[in-house]
Design a protein around this ligand. Structure first.
Ligand code: URA
Length: 237
């Protein structure tokens, strides 16, 4: 193998191992099933996007899910909401207390901020112009970060949601969503504002609305504003 190719493979492998560590693995998952369901982009060939089920069929398959331990503590599954034919999909981390209570994504404080970004910032209508979901569909207790196994268990449903909607642009909100969609550890404050691809779909990384609320600086507000301007420009192409 040529040296540059080897070096690039080593870099990718290193990034993937850092991602596994970040999402909670203490050893390398090597069971066939885990590898088959890996959250890496590599597990989703571009042509997979053509074999799509409807969102309703995906939700039916999810059912009253007990595939991970979040099912033991959740009140409601938060599948997603918005226009199933939207050109724009936002992917967050996981439901909080309000979302768990009502079974709808982004309806608490972070949700109000996200709605403000979509409606005031971008001039779009949240329900008509977007679809919103999370990498895990059940609330992690105490709003802790979702664990690797929980993300793995939910990932087939996220993939199928995106396959069903086939948006023009996906926006990953924050580090866990960005890392899950890209299959590597993403330093979000460094990589926000950059374009990527997820199974042939344009993917923009930006800060999570909760981060924006917590660190409500002019710099962070400007950053999200700039990222959303890029998204609008791409949507209008
Ligand atoms: N934060 C998220 O990432 N998702 C929600 O649905 C709510 C808050």
């Amino acid at each position: 193998m040529e040296k540059p190719k080897r070096e690039s493979l080593i870099r990718e492998l290193k990034d993937y191992l850092i991602h596994l560590k970040d999402v909670g693995y203490t050893e390398i998952p090597c069971e066939a099933e885990l590898l088959a369901n890996a959250t890496t982009q590599a597990s989703l060939p571009p042509n997979e996007m053509t074999k799509n089920k409807s969102l309703t069929a995906v939700q039916k398959e999810l059912g009253d899910c007990t595939r991970c331990k979040l099912s033991e503590t959740r009140k409601n599954i938060v599948f997603g909401s918005g226009n199933p034919k939207a050109d724009l999909v936002f992917v967050g981390e996981g439901p909080g207390a309000d979302e768990d209570e009502q079974g709808l994504p982004f309806i608490g404080r972070a949700g109000k901020k996200l709605t403000e970004i979509i409606e005031k910032g971008m001039g779009l209508n949240r329900e008509k112009d977007t679809y919103i979901c999370n990498i895990v569909k059940c609330r992690p207790p105490g709003n802790r970060d979702p664990e690797a196994e929980e993300i793995e268990a939910c990932n087939p449903f996220l993939i199928q949601q995106l396959q069903a909607i086939k948006p023009k642009v996906i926006v990953a909100l924050g580090k866990p969503a960005s890392s899950t969609l890209l299959g590597r550890s993403v330093p979000i404050t460094k990589e926000r504002g950059t374009w990527h691809e997820y199974a042939g779909i344009k993917l923009m990384l930006t800060l999570h609305p909760s981060y924006l609320i917590r660190f409500y600086t002019l710099e962070n507000r400007k950053a999200v504003h700039e990222d959303m301007k890029k998204v609008l420009k791409e949507l209008k192409k």
